[in-house]
Write a protein that binds this ligand. Structure first.
Ligand code: G3D
Ligand code: MG
Length: 300
């Protein structure tokens, strides 16, 4: 299936005529690079800010498309559901698709609902109000999902009204999730005397286990090992001890040990290359750590 070759980041869904193609054009400011029609449905792709946006017409019979939707729902980092606020007649069909997708979406995916074509409100008063849409689509329920980031936006894909706001909101939520996933909870740098010369703690107080870590470093020196992975409370900490200094990186335990280990190593390397011994560079250590972590995350 051709569509599978494309990394899925952001999926734009909605019935035909909802405004997806117009939205893509608005986001990218141009025509799209590629259109796939191989699987009996129209898929349009653009790349924007390093993300792949795919617009797909939903509709027709659900069970024909089950596999495909399973695939999108598990991989998408964000879903934009577009609904034409004048399309009362197809509201039930749209609702069926919206529910199908929102229930299967990963908890960490960001979901936005675009109540689209608001520029036509002045000419025609048959539109569904946002309140009606929230009730009819049960949107209050969706936003109550644990961890779910969800919001409804009133947009005009044609004039661009609110499109930037909606997309930016979604981007920011996605970046938050990515950061959180890769999140490092604390970093400690210790000098030769095993004194802490730098510490940053994002989400936790480290003083409770600083003594555990220090003891561990002493043990490591006795044993002649220079790397160790320990668990303290619900954190994993990777300790690397060089001759003259040590670096400790801690994260919530669900993070892969390899990732943690590479993060620690990146900091060690940067210190060795340019900021050695670290106690002479106290002012710069914050930046050293950030640069090292960023490089590490970029290489992932
Ligand atoms: P789709 O890709 O979801 O099928 P399209 O929908 O983007 O092709 O849009 C369907 C029609 O609705 C198009 O009309 C498009 O111009 C119009 N449209 C989409 N979004 C808006 C909007 O926000 N406001 C208004 N007024 N029209 C919109 P045409 O006539 O070009 O086929
Ligand atoms: Mg289209």
């Amino acid at each position: 299936m051709e569509a599978r070759k494309q990394p899925v980041n952001l999926v734009i869904l909605g019935l035909e005529n909802a405004g997806k193609t117009t939205l893509l054009r608005n986001i990218s400011g141009k025509e799209f690079t590629e259109t796939l029609t191989t699987i009996g449905m129209n898929i349009e792709l653009i790349k924007h800010k390093g993300l792949n946006f795919q617009a797909i017409d939903v509709g027709g019979q659900l069970h024909f498309r089950e596999t495909l939707w399973q695939y999108y729902a598990t991989l998408a980092k964000g879903v934009i559901f577009v609904f034409d606020i004048f399309d009362r007649s197809k509201f039930l069909e749209a609702k069926q698709w919206f529910e199908y997708i929102s229930y299967r979406l990963s908890n960490k995916a960001v979901l936005i609902f675009l109540a689209n074509k608001i520029d036509l409100k002045d000419e025609d008063d048959t539109f569904l109000t946002t309140e009606e849409i929230i009730n009819m689509f049960n949107l209050d329920n969706v936003s109550r999902y644990p961890e779910r980031s969800f919001r409804i936006w009133e947009t005009s894909a044609k004039t661009g009204e609110n499109v930037d706001n909606a997309i930016s909101w979604m981007f920011n939520k996605m970046v938050d999730f990515i950061k959180e996933e890769a999140s490092i909870s604390f970093v400690l740098i210790l000098n030769q005397k095993n004194e802490i010369v730098y510490k940053t703690s994002v989400s936790t107080r480290t003083d409770e286990y600083e003594s555990i870590i220090k003891k561990c470093i002493i043990q490591m020196k006795d044993l002649g090992t220079n790397e160790n992975m320990i668990s303290v409370q619900d954190y994993s900490a990777n300790i690397r001890s060089e001759e003259e200094f040590s670096v400790v990186v801690g994260a919530k335990s669900h993070i892969s040990k390899d990732d943690l280990s590479i993060a620690t190593l990146s900091i060690i390397q940067l210190i060795k290359e340019e900021f050695y011994p670290p106690e002479n560079y106290i002012e710069q250590l914050e930046e050293v750590v950030n640069i090292a972590l960023l490089q590490h995350l970029n290489n992932k």
